[in-house]
Design a protein around this ligand. Structure first.
Ligand code: HXC
Length: 517
């Protein structure tokens, strides 16, 4: 029997060492917290047998403090490429067992390398983040490393999809990089995001708070809006990343993948014709409207727990990806406030980046009045939404189900913001103001001097309602393209999306616009 070449034996030894991460003890600690190792996560994320690692032998180059004592192959991050549903992705997975997954100069080089490769090859980039942020011992080297990553996050935004899966306590830069990406997924009670942790906060401001209340998944998916989705386990988070990407193209010059549906294209759901209450002040559930129109079970709602008066999410109609935007009249009557405007703006822009047509369902009484909103800059935030819809060149279809009053009519994909086709249901009310409010302003004197002011107001409001609070005035002036029965919405959308598939609407050349952030 021929003896193995010692050089090959040496490689095998080094490879085995690289697989050890931060060593048995630290791995046991990671496991005791119910967490997977960095490598297990990569394997669980990708199609079986498709992972190829690159740069496994890189070690840190810093020599300050205790850094010379221990060197670990990989330097706290596993990088490489593989496939998700048969499509290539690049990724990195931080290894908390090595210096807490913290970012060193060399770790940053590894991460930037796969980001660059992802963009050069026009495929998505996924970050599995479990890191204490900048590695303290490397000082400015690690901070510069983060800057290299952030710059790429920004420059590659809208070129390839970027997904961040938060899998541990993510501090400082480990929270900022995800904030620049298209989707941030957190795991309940396991992932935390903060710039400075509870201890620093206590030292600086004297405030006492635990990690969960400061930056847990509940906070970021329902209060701050920093994260998009929260799931109950690591496996579910990785599955969610796969699911999200199934709606997106691999890059900004491709179209999203087509997913054949068994849901009949001509299906008309009779229940839709009975969804809108006859009384304008009674709510209904827009989520149910959406579910009855799209391909069954295809809705992936984004940020479902933040600004719940607005709805955004990915879905399929006739097998094609669409971005759904709308109001939920069952929550705060579907009014548009600062957070709702922010949520819809970011989503509209993401869909536009990745050639995903927009379907907007409108039922809103307008922007939320109030001092807090005005002083909080609702004008600036609402302007973002105007900007996003005006700028978007993807096919845009709008369905007005009920109220489209004033500013809400205009910002929610109205025809002259460049929407391709606008439909209204017979229940649509398209007007500058609601009937009572309009009567109060237009006929103030007449109401005040009437024998019975309340009866006079009601009469005048009814006259106004007949004239404006219906879709027919808007249709007669060309502001809506057609009035359809609610049950016709699915076949109409399928036909309209098909007619708009080759839409070509180039924007005038410029460096970039100046969105009011
Ligand atoms: C070096 C670090 C580290 C860091 C943790 N470790 N954070 N090493 N630099 N920033 C090491 C620990 O020494 C330990 O090493 C191992 O990682 C695990 O850490 P523990 O503290 O034992 O774990 P845990 O109790 O789970 O706490 C995790 C943690 C905490 C919440 C992340 O370690 C922490 O608060 N770290 C500091 C976070 C921070 O302030 N980072 C700087 C952010 S500023 P051993 O050898 O024992 O395994 C930043 C700059 C860029 O990122 C900002 C750009 C905008």
């Amino acid at each position: 029997m021929t003896q193995e070449d010692p050089r090959i034996l040496e490689l095998r030894k080094m490879r085995a060492k690289a697989l050890e991460g931060g060593g048995e003890e630290r791995i046991a600690k990671q496991k005791a917290k119910g967490k997977m190792t960095a490598r297990e996560r990569v394997i669980a994320l990708l199609d079986p047998g498709t992972f190829n690692e690159i740069e496994p032998f890189i070690t840190h180059q810093g020599d300050e403090m205790d850094l010379l004592k221990e060197k670990f192959y990989g330097d706290g991050v596993i990088t490489g490429y593989g496939q998700i549903n048969g499509r290539t992705v690049y990724l990195y997975s931080q290894d908390f067992t090595i210096y807490g997954g913290t970012l060193s100069e060399m770790q940053s080089h590894k991460i930037c390398r796969v980001m660059d490769l992802a963009v050069r090859n026009g495929v998505p980039f996924i970050s599995l983040i479990d890191s204490g942020g900048a590695r303290i011992q490397e000082g400015v080297r690690s901070m510069g490393g983060y800057a290299e990553i952030f710059r790429r996050n920004a420059q590659y935004s809208g070129v390839v999809p970027q997904v961040s899966v938060m899998l541990g306590p993510c501090a400082g830069g480990a929270a900022y990089s995800p904030a620049l990406t298209d989707l941030v997924i957190m795991v309940e009670k396991q992932s935390f995001m903060f710039l400075t942790g509870p201890e620093v906060i206590k030292a600086v401001t004297g405030e006492v708070i635990d990690a969960e209340s400061l930056g847990g998944s509940g906070v970021h998916t329902s209060v701050s809006g920093v994260a998009h989705l929260s799931v109950h386990s690591e496996k579910a988070a990785l599955e969610m990343a796969r699911h999200f990407l199934s709606y997106l193209p691999s890059n900004n010059v491709e179209n999203p993948p087509f997913t054949p549906t068994t849901d009949e294209l001509a299906r008309m759901d009779e229940e839709l014709n009975h969804m809108i209450p006859l009384e304008a002040t009674e709510p209904y559930v827009m989520h149910q409207v959406i579910e009855k129109i799209i391909d069954q079970g295809s809705f992936l709602e984004i940020q479902p727990d933040w600004a719940r008066n607005a709805i955004v999410g990915l879905a399929r109609i006739g097998g094609h990806s669409v971005g759904i935007v709308g109001q939920e009249p069952a929550i705060m009557a579907g009014v548009i406030d600062i957070d709702a405007a922010d949520k819809m703006t970011r989503f509209v822009r993401m869909c536009d980046c990745f050639n995903i047509p927009l379907v907007t369902f409108v039922d809103s009484p307008g922007f939320l009045p109030g001092i807090a909103q005005e002083h909080g800059g609702i004008i600036r935030h609402g302007a973002k939404l105007l900007y996003a819809y005006s700028e978007a060149t993807v096919p845009k279809i709008c369905i007005i189900t009920r109220k489209a009053y004033g500013g809400a009519y205009v910002v929610m994909s109205s025809k002259y913001l460049g929407t391709d086709v606008t439909y209204a249901w017979p229940s649509a009310e398209i007007a500058v103001l609601g009937a009572e409010g309009a009567a109060n302003i237009l006929f103030k004197k007449q109401i005040e001097t009437a024998n019975d002011p309340a009866a006079e107001r009601k009469k005048l409001a009814n006259e106004y309602r007949e004239k404006f609070n219906n879709p027919y005035y808007a249709a007669s002036t060309g502001y809506v393209d057609d009035i359809i029965e609610p049950r016709e919405s699915r076949p109409k959308l399928i036909a309209t999306l098909s007619a708009l598939r080759d839409k070509y609407a180039p924007a005038p050349p410029r460096k970039h616009g100046n969105i009011p952030v």
